[in-house]
Design a protein around this ligand. Structure first.
Ligand SMILES: Cc1cc2nc3c(=O)[nH]c(=O)nc-3n(C[C@H](O)[C@H](O)[C@H](O)COP(=O)(O)O)c2cc1C
Length: 212
């Protein structure tokens, strides 16, 4: 509603959005309708940030060379990660699909600008990490805004951040926070893929809620 209040139907829909947001690794190769990426980026720009610093920087990765460099980094890091597991876990790991890099039509590298003037340092003297936390809030908004429009996002962290930064020739101080594959999902699901394949289920939320 335009006055800033939200009715019960909206709240129910929002809860449904939270339940159906997924990390997507299996994408259709269909290009995104052109209005969608600008729209979801605009929504993400409304995210909270320490001191209102807005330290997120979005880099759309389009060139073949840059995408290949990112893919190479993923392949190498994924092989190294597999080496860290043994037995059944290793078998299960090697069966996981952990990135949609080959199919997702849009790749977005999200960086934190640590030397941002905006915000005048407010709030980050005590907890400097709040700048990076702010970028994560923006990614979360992006994720939900995308899902509400039928667009899937998959977060790829099995990458060497320095290799990604070099491939994209960003300023040396920028820190990679997330590499996102974006596109139409092959299918929707209300259960995380890692739960469906037996890697890790959601657990009892009460154990994570303490009262002191
Ligand atoms: C910071 C972060 C990094 C992640 N990195 C990866 C990744 O490298 N590969 C992957 O397949 N999923 C990655 N994910 C997605 C998680 O696996 C996923 O969020 C989790 O399994 C729960 O599933 P859901 O997002 O569908 O609820 C990442 C998620 C977050 C928040």
């Amino acid at each position: 509603m335009s006055d800033g209040t939200f009715d019960d139907a909206f709240v129910d829909d929002l809860d449904r959005l939270f339940r159906w947001r997924r990390d997507v690794r299996r994408f259709s190769r269909e290009p995104l309708e052109s209005h969608l990426l600008p729209e979801i980026l605009e929504a993400a720009e409304l995210s909270p940030s320490v001191g209102n610093s807005q330290p997120w920087r979005w880099v759309e990765v389009q060139t073949k060379a840059a995408r290949e460099a990112v893919r190479d980094s993923f392949v190498r890091c994924n092989a190294e990660a597999l080496d860290g597991y043994t037995g059944e876990r290793a078998q299960l790991y090697s069966s996981l699909k952990l990135a949609g890099l080959d199919d997702a039509p849009v790749h977005l590298a999200v960086f934190c600008e640590p030397d941002v003037d905006q915000g005048h340092g407010l709030g980050r003297h005590t907890v400097p990490e709040t700048l990076e936390y702010s970028v994560v809030t923006a990614i979360t908004t992006l994720w939900l805004a995308a899902r509400a429009r039928g667009v899937g996002i998959g977060w790829v962290s099995i990458l060497e951040p320095n290799e990604v930064a070099a491939a994209l020739a960003v300023p040396p101080t920028w820190k990679l926070v997330g590499y996102l594959c974006i596109g139409y999902p092959e299918r929707e699901n209300d259960v995380p893929e890692l739960e469906r394949v037996g890697w890790q289920s959601r657990t009892d939320s009460e154990k994570r809620h303490l009262i002191r």
